[in-house]
Design a protein. Structure first.
Length: 245
């Protein structure tokens, strides 16, 4: 069941029948930003509308407007962003492909959610799992829960905690500390679409001789369909019509 459901999640990584716009709020101890995001055939476009939950200052607003004007004038900037998105999507795809084999899953009953009953599965590390690249090594030493919507057969929630330290390169190059957590929640957003609506990442790591603390929360709300297969310039024009709030 896990393998079948995750194959469905893999196929949904690239929307082909419905593009959407939504609000993205990204919070960390350092700052909080709020952006409108519009999906287009040329990749996503974004418009910053709030900083630390306050309207943009005139100076920051002018910088954002200049960024959008430069993006409209230079398609190469959007192509570069689209390429970065493709790299990120491929990394996520590798992790999705590895999830069925990375863990040993156990059925833990049915749980009621706002989207209907969901199968609750718990998981522990699979001792025979051999990560095949850097992206999938992050799954080592993780345990948690996976919820699957019973009717739609889509992932509702993935929550995992690192139960032991994980070293890369014998611990000389990188190390992920025990106790880090990852939470991903997904819900239907209309038009028979399911999208990630919340992601929380808390993790301590060491890369070479540098300590890194990750503490980020992403919240995606106000999903709505947009005209299909817009180019990125049309997406920017749509961004300008969305409320600054």
């Amino acid at each position: 069941m896990v393998r079948t459901v995750l194959q469905r999640e893999d196929a949904a990584l690239h929307p082909t029948s419905c593009w959407m716009r939504y609000r993205l709020r990204k919070a960390s101890p350092r700052m909080t930003t709020t952006k409108w995001i519009v999906e287009t055939r040329d990749g996503d476009v974004a418009h910053l509308v709030a900083w630390n939950d306050q309207p943009l200052s005139p100076q920051r607003n002018e910088l954002e407007e200049e960024r959008l004007r430069s993006l409209v004038a230079d398609p190469g900037l959007q192509r570069h962003r689209e390429q970065r998105e493709a790299v990120d999507t491929e990394r996520l795809r590798k992790i999705i492909h590895a999830l069925p084999d990375a863990f040993v899953y156990r059925y833990a009953g049915v749980i009621d959610t706002t989207d209907g009953p969901a199968y609750r599965l718990t998981f522990q590390p699979n001792p025979s799992f051999d990560p095949f690249d850097l992206e999938t090594q992050v799954l080592k030493g993780m345990a948690g829960e996976l919820w699957i919507n019973a009717a739609a057969q889509r992932v509702v929630r993935l929550q995992c905690t690192r139960i032991r330290d994980v070293d890369y390169g014998l611990g000389l190059f990188a190390k992920l500390d025990q106790g880090g957590t990852l939470l991903i929640e997904q819900h239907p957003t209309g038009q028979q679409q399911w999208r990630i609506t919340r992601m929380v990442l808390q993790m301590n790591a060491r890369v070479l001789f540098r300590e890194i603390q990750l503490d980020t929360t992403l919240e995606m709300t106000e999903f709505a369909p947009v005209p299909p297969a817009m180019d990125y310039r049309a997406g920017i024009a749509l961004l300008r019509t969305l409320p600054d709030r």
